[in-house]
Design a protein around this ligand. Structure first.
Ligand code: DAK
Length: 258
């Protein structure tokens, strides 16, 4: 499917989406977010794809929502049209595991988009920030909520109230990022991790994801109950039989994703 603002590739069981508006530092225009939503829908529906990687360019993952596009909007344009809300959360609702491979700027909506992925891998030149306050608005796609859960209140306040950016190294220390790698190795490393996840049973990987995400939505007791029910359900999978048999027989498992 042709897209105007993204490039889409498959690497075996891994679907790769590259945000591609380099002249605007991948500013997240309505067109880009629409393309992203469509590509995610396609990968989600494709049984041969197990993991989705989203990346940007060397200078920017994404420098935020497209300021030029929204600058003139009034409150009713934003509110009544539910401005840029509908499609924005698609990455967060993916059921398959997702990785954001971030180089350069991940600002505003760019940082928020990265935080919607399950794992963030950062290049050593990555910079994360929520600069919305510097342009007279506030984060609108989870910045005040997800960032606070990732790095805690004090650091989130510092970033959201001052617009101050965080380096890749700081982001790793704070728990925003899983791993920092040299910029030249970013995509290889993201694809290596994606392929490792893709070698597991797809339904089990999806159950792991669903269970970890549950911890953000519920109490510990409810989350543990949820985890236990999902754990019990894995005993209905052929892949559980295969995985445990392979261990006992000292061989590699051959998962059939069922
Ligand atoms: N929007 C539009 N164009 C942008 C842009 C952006 N966010 N960021 C950069 N560009 C454009 C620049 O205008 C410039 O275009 P030309 O002048 O060449 O035409 C080109 O990209 C190169 O940028 P610079 O010349 O500025 O490059 P520098 O290296 O000097 O600076 C920078 C890089 C990233 C520090 C700077 O561009 C910058 O500060 N950019 C803006 C960062 C920012 O404020 N981001 C937050 C935007 S607000 C919501 C969902 C999401 C959101 C809200 C609601 N819902 C679901 C409700 C998100 C809001 C935001 O992200």
């Amino acid at each position: 499917m042709p897209y105007e603002n993204i490039l889409v590739e498959t690497h075996g069981p891994v679907g790769l989406i590259r945000l591609n508006r380099p002249k605007a530092l991948n500013a997240l225009s309505d067109g880009l977010v629409t393309d992203l939503e469509k590509a995610l829908d396609v990968f989600e529906a494709d049984r041969s794809i197990h993991v989705i990687v989203v990346t940007g360019g060397e200078k920017a993952f994404a420098a935020g929502a497209d300021i030029k596009e929204m600058a003139g909007f009034g409150h009713m344009d934003a509110y009544l049209n539910d401005f840029i809300t509908r499609k924005w959360g698609r990455l967060a609702t993916c059921r398959k595991p997702t990785i954001a491979a971030v180089a350069g700027y991940a600002l505003g909506g760019g940082c928020e988009l990265a935080m919607m992925a399950d794992i963030i891998i950062a290049a050593d030149n990555a910079k994360f920030g929520q600069p919305e306050i510097t342009i007279g608005t506030i984060p609108g796609s989870g910045g005040t909520q997800r960032l606070t859960r990732f790095i805690g209140k004090s650091k989130a306040m510092l970033m959201c109230l001052t617009g101050q950016q965080m380096t890749a190294e700081e982001a790793e220390r704070a728990g925003l990022v899983a791993k920092v790698v040299p910029a030249a190795d970013l995509l290889d490393e993201a694809l290596r991790i994606a392929n490792r996840i893709a070698s597991m049973s797809l339904p089990v990987a999806m159950m792991v994801k669903e269970s970890v995400n549950r911890s953000y939505e519920t109490t510990l007791a409810e989350g543990i109950l949820f985890e236990r029910r999902v754990f019990h359900s894995t005993f209905g999978l052929a892949d559980q039989k295969e995985g445990m048999s392979a261990f006992v027989e000292k061989r590699q498992p051959n998962f059939e994703n069922k």
